[in-house]
Design a binder for this molecule. Structure first.
Ligand SMILES: [Cu+2]
Length: 166
């Protein structure tokens, strides 16, 4: 890289001011988790932007009050929604990955107490290269995304489709 000497200090300051851990190139966008009922697993979704110049992999997650978190992939098979655990999720250099309803999701087991609307779940994502990235996951029935949808976005019920959200 050909960065002029004078520009370097500013560049470093920007990196240190980034969210999560100093120097992390992983940005987690619009996380959310669905409310849960007792003794049932829950799901969490978000987008991941890898701002680095090398690929990285999401390899695990943990959260307070959650016994176990697995990365799952849901798929439509003969009209039936199925899902299976996957080992990890690669995020290409400079690229994105998305977890969302009907696709990849974090499956959370042993949630105590159950998650209710308005809660914030503090979660730690574990990346192969970037290490641990702490995120705050709002609990909501729909994807609450004030950062990307602007002010005045209404969280109506019309997006609810009655699926279990996997
Ligand atoms: Cu699942």
């Amino acid at each position: 890289m050909n960065i002029p000497r004078l520009a370097l200090p500013l560049f470093l300051v920007t990196l240190i001011a980034a969210p999560a851990f100093a120097g992390s190139v992983i940005e987690v966008m619009h996380p959310w988790a669905r409310p849960t009922i007792p003794n049932r697993p829950g799901v969490a979704y978000f987008g991941i932007h890898n701002q680095g110049d090398a690929p990285d992999r999401l390899i695990g997650a943990r959260a307070e009050g959650v016994g176990k978190i697995e990365l799952h992939k849901a798929a439509q098979k003969d009209g039936i929604m199925t899902m299976a655990p996957v080992d990890g999720l690669e995020i290409p250099a400079g690229g994105m990955a998305h977890l969302g309803p009907g696709g990849l999701h974090l499956m959370m087991f042993g949630i105590e107490p159950p998650l209710k609307e308005g809660d914030i779940l503090e979660m730690t994502l574990i990346f192969e290269a970037a290490g641990e990235v702490a995120i705050s996951v709002p609990v909501s029935k729909t994807m609450g995304d004030p950062q990307h949808h602007g002010k005045g976005h209404q969280h109506g019920t019309q997006h609810q489709n009655g699926t279990t959200g996997n």
